[in-house]
Design a protein around this ligand. Structure first.
Ligand code: GTP
Ligand code: MG
Length: 610
């Protein structure tokens, strides 16, 4: 019996509608009962994904279309999770490249397409959101051809089919405006132009683990692609570990996908995407092969991390009050566990046993890890994100980014100045005559740290920014980042409305009244560039004298809500973010006001202004 199979990944820039399209495909495949209630974007199943409305982890599902099994991998669009996309591509034989019909191709479109073309995966171009009033499908299609040419696509690759979709409604068209009312044209295109998986069921067994998942019932699941041969449940096989050692094992729990469920399978063959449970310690990149005649597959290669942050135990006076896991041993064990599933992450030791250097692809990726840990009950502190610097032939190199800023015309000057200060070089400016412009910069990755929040303030929330790692460049020298100092508590105690009322004119507060504070804790952003020690615990003196000013009602400006990401973007070299399950606090590394060095404005004074 030959099975008809297609394995595809859906790839795109962030928010272009991948998960929504998978939703529609699932619904129209008849996999759900008619009355089954489904949440929107059902594949974004973890808490953080639902809260943020973004996909973080690549996930598998399977549908059936007229006798053909279509395995679909939904991938994240945010550049920090590019490692997920790279692995997903290893599992499939073709890709749906989704592009927003109004926004057009953006940096992550370029990145994922480049990876897909390099892997020789045939693409189907899907122009989505054609219902948007500002959709411009014809122009966007031209931009896509330009992108393919720019990426040195072959003639064959340029000959891609195009489908127009409204993923929200679940409609696909071969031509804009034709009378289709379902996704059928898309399903047909997949069956027609994506090749069935190659690989011989009679050949030597070759399976590669490309992802891990977890089930409450089954524990750890390895998601894998069968490249060759046949695996019968219960037979003895060898797991080729990453160091080349072979570990014999019996695979007794074997599954294939069906919608959001998994079906037990007795046998899987070349071309199948499967889930395997019950194999202790199995890791991403490992192969499963015949014990007698091992034929391991090349391990996966994943782009290098570009950003690093120090994670250390909480040493604040409040340490251990709010979290369950607080020791360096807890921290190390948790980070090691993360490495098993998160292959684009790296952890290095530092000079002390209390601190670890965690390397990843971006601020969001690390923030998600920290947020996950805090929800699990961990307390820790993290330092300012730094860019990974490499030395090659005696030259110091740093990562360089392609940055696209889309903003209203009247902010061009402000944006150019801000990026100029961060050593950004403008390469291109396009005016779509819609009142908005799109500017392209080449900028060291360092220049992106904290950029988003600054840009949002400067453009009153109107700018859209996207970036993509472009390569490595000669280290560009120091860069002035935060131009303001901190308001720092000079003692421990409880904040009072009266004291805040006195301090708030100095800058912007991060804490309101009745908050416990400690010496060295950061209470707000100083409007000036130096740090200022303040007493936020001062009580109003009881007095019989009536003075007009003392009786003035105390009006407090609401404090700035420092989320984890904002806090990470804010801190300077001599500061930490303290993270516990209940609180995000900012603090100076040196808490004692008398011992604290006069900090970074001195460093900056020695830096030539950019
Ligand atoms: N108008 C319109 N909105 C759409 C369409 N498809 C998706 N959206 C909306 O676009 C937003 C992003 O959709 P998602 O499906 O989460 O996008 P995604 O590509 O999976 O995003 P990431 O996984 O985070 O990269 C959601 O608000 C969707 O409702 C469409 O065809 N038309
Ligand atoms: Mg998604």
């Amino acid at each position: 019996m030959t099975k008809s199979i297609r394995n595809i990944a859906i790839i795109a820039h962030v928010d272009h509608g991948k998960t929504t399209l998978v939703d529609a495909m699932l619904r129209q495949s008849g996999i759900f009962r008619a009355n089954q209630e489904l949440v929107e974007r059902v594949m974004d199943s973890n808490d953080l994904e639902r809260e943020r409305g973004i996909t973080i982890l690549a996930k598998n599902t399977e549908i059936e279309y007229q006798g053909t099994k279509i395995n679909i991998v939904d991938t994240p669009g945010h550049s920090d999770f590019g490692g997920e996309v790279e692995r997903a591509l290893r599992m499939v034989d073709g890709v749906l490249v989704l592009v927003d019909a109004s926004e057009g191709p953006l940096p992550q479109t370029r990145y994922v397409l480049q990876k897909a073309l390099a892997a020789k995966l045939p693409p189907i171009m899907v122009l989505n959101k054609i219902d948007r009033p500002d959709a411009r499908p014809a122009e966007v299609l031209d931009e896509i051809y330009d992108l393919f040419i720019d990426l040195d696509a072959t003639e064959d690759q340029l000959d891609f089919p195009v489908i127009y979709t409204n993923a929200k409604l679940g409609v696909a068209h071969l031509k804009v405006g034709d009378d289709s009312t379902t996704l059928q044209p898309l399903f047909e295109q997949i069956v027609k132009s994506i090749p069935p998986p190659a690989g011989d069921p009679a050949a030597a067994l070759q399976i590669q683990v490309t992802n891990l998942d977890y089930s409450d019932f089954l524990g750890r699941l390895a998601i894998a692609r069968v490249f060759g041969g046949t695996l019968v449940r219960g037979t003895e096989v060898g797991i080729v570990k990453l160091d080349g050692k072979i570990q014999p094992t019996k695979i007794t729990k074997l599954f294939t996908f069906r919608g959001l469920e998994r079906d037990e399978a007795e046998e899987v063959t070349a071309g199948d995407i499967v889930a395997i449970a019950g194999v202790e310690g199995i890791q991403i990149g490992e192969s499963i092969t015949d014990l007698a005649n091992p034929a391991p597959l090349e391990p996966l290669t994943i782009d290098e991390p570009t950003l690093t942050m120090v994670f250390t135990i909480n040493t604040s006076p409040f340490a251990g009050r709010e979290g369950q896991y607080v020791t360096s041993r807890d921290l190390r064990a948790r980070l090691e566990k993360e490495l098993l599933t998160n292959v684009s992450l790296r952890v290095e030791d530092t000079g002390t046993t209390d601190a670890f250097r965690v390397l990843g692809r971006g601020e969001l990726q690390l923030a998600i890890l920290i947020e996950t840990m805090r929800r699990e009950g961990y307390e820790l502190m993290v330092g300012k994100p730094e860019i990974v610097v490499r030395t090659e032939n005696g030259r110091r190199l740093e990562p360089l980014e392609l940055l696209i800023v889309d903003c209203p015309e009247n902010f061009i000057g402000i944006v150019m100045e801000l990026l100029g200060n961060r050593r950004g070089e403008m390469k291109k400016m396009v005016n779509h005559n819609s009142g908005r412009v799109r500017m392209e910069f080449s900028i060291p990755s360092r220049g992106l740290i904290g950029l988003r929040s600054q840009l949002m303030t400067d453009t009153r929330g109107t700018a859209l920014i996207h970036s993509l790692l472009e390569g490595w460049t000669e280290y560009a020298g120091d860069m002035a980042m935060r131009l303001t100092g901190a308001l720092v508590s000079d003692r421990s105690g409880v904040s009072t409305a009266y004291a805040i009322w006195g301090i708030q004119e100095r800058g912007e507060m991060f804490v309101g009244p009745a908050i416990e504070v400690y010496e060295g804790m950061i209470l707000g952003e100083n409007a000036r560039e130096d740090d200022m020690n303040v007493n936020v615990t001062k009580e109003k003196k009881q007095t019989n004298m009536r003075s007009s000013s003392a009786d003035e009602a105390i009006r407090l400006i609401p404090p700035r809500d420092m989320t984890l990401e904002k806090a990470i973007e804010f801190i300077a070299d001599d500061e930490f973010v303290e993270v516990t399950p209940k609180s995000i606090r900012l603090r100076k590394k040196v808490l004692d006001a008398k011992k604290r060095p006069k900090r970074w404005q001195e460093i900056r004074a020695s830096t030539e202004s950019a």
